[in-house]
Design a protein around this ligand. Structure first.
Ligand SMILES: [Zn+2]
Length: 240
């Protein structure tokens, strides 16, 4: 068995046997990794509470044939302000769940790892919780996946004025003539353009209102549409 070091963010865990747990992590070097933490459910476990979402840990692992085993785990950041605040914890769990769905085992994805740790740091450090932190993360995630939403003009005809709706499946805005999908007002469109146009930090300062709520619900439905489409593609390519 060979040993390796990596760092990662805990995405999810599940029980294994009497005292162990499988820990699913997004790692810096190896993409998504599923690894066993032996004895982690014992009260005197040497891992303490470090291997719980969204803990950020530096690890020493044994490479196994099917599953790797976590030998040591040291905390890089426990994100205490997140764990102490239910709303922030809910946001953090939405981030790790999205990464869990997008990231693949055996496929390193350093940009996605950096995006996740940066978002958790922002969520942990911000004096006020942003109503669009999760939505901003989803839009950036879609852009990273190569499916950034089309916001400059109608996805059907390219017209750049009178844009009135957004369709999650087509992944973009639509003009009055081609409108379908939920309505999109100009404030919400402007907020989405700021999130995706390099002004995310400023967009995160936006107070809760109709625009933050519209942008959040569109982000969720667009990410869901992307994941469903990808799932179907995998089925077709897998012959099932
Ligand atoms: Zn059009």
């Amino acid at each position: 068995m060979s040993l390796y070091r990596d760092e990662g963010v805990v995405l999810r865990t599940h029980k294994l046997g009497e005292a162990d747990r499988i820990i699913v992590l997004m790692t810096a070097g190896r993409g998504k990794v599923r690894a066993v933490a032996k004895g982690v459910r014992k009260t005197k476990s040497r891992f303490g509470g470090r291997l719980e979402p969204p803990g950020h840990v530096a690890m020493l692992l044994y490479e196994g044939r099917n599953l790797d085993t976590i030998n040591q785990a040291e905390s890089i950041d426990q994100y205490r302000p997140i764990r102490d605040d239910l709303d922030r914890m809910t946001d953090a769990l939405a981030l790790v769940e999205a990464v869990d769905q997008v990231a693949q085992e055996g496929e390193p994805n350093a940009p996605l790892y950096r995006m996740l740790t940066a978002a958790l740091r922002t969520l942990s450090d911000a004096p006020q919780r942003s109503p669009v932190l999760v939505a901003g993360f989803y839009w950036k995630l879609l852009a990273l996946e190569g499916v950034a939403p089309v916001l400059d003009g109608c996805v059907r005809c390219g017209r750049d004025v009178d844009l009135v709706s957004f369709d999650a499946v087509e992944g973009g805005v639509l003009c009055r003539e081609h409108r379908h999908g939920p309505a999109l007002d100009s404030d919400s469109l402007a907020l989405m353009r700021r999130i995706l146009g390099g002004q995310l930090a400023a967009a995160l300062q936006e107070p809760a209102g109709p625009a933050t709520s519209t942008v959040s619900s569109l982000a969720t439905s667009t990410l869901e549409a992307h994941l469903e489409r990808r799932l179907r593609t995998v089925h077709i390519m897998g012959g099932g």
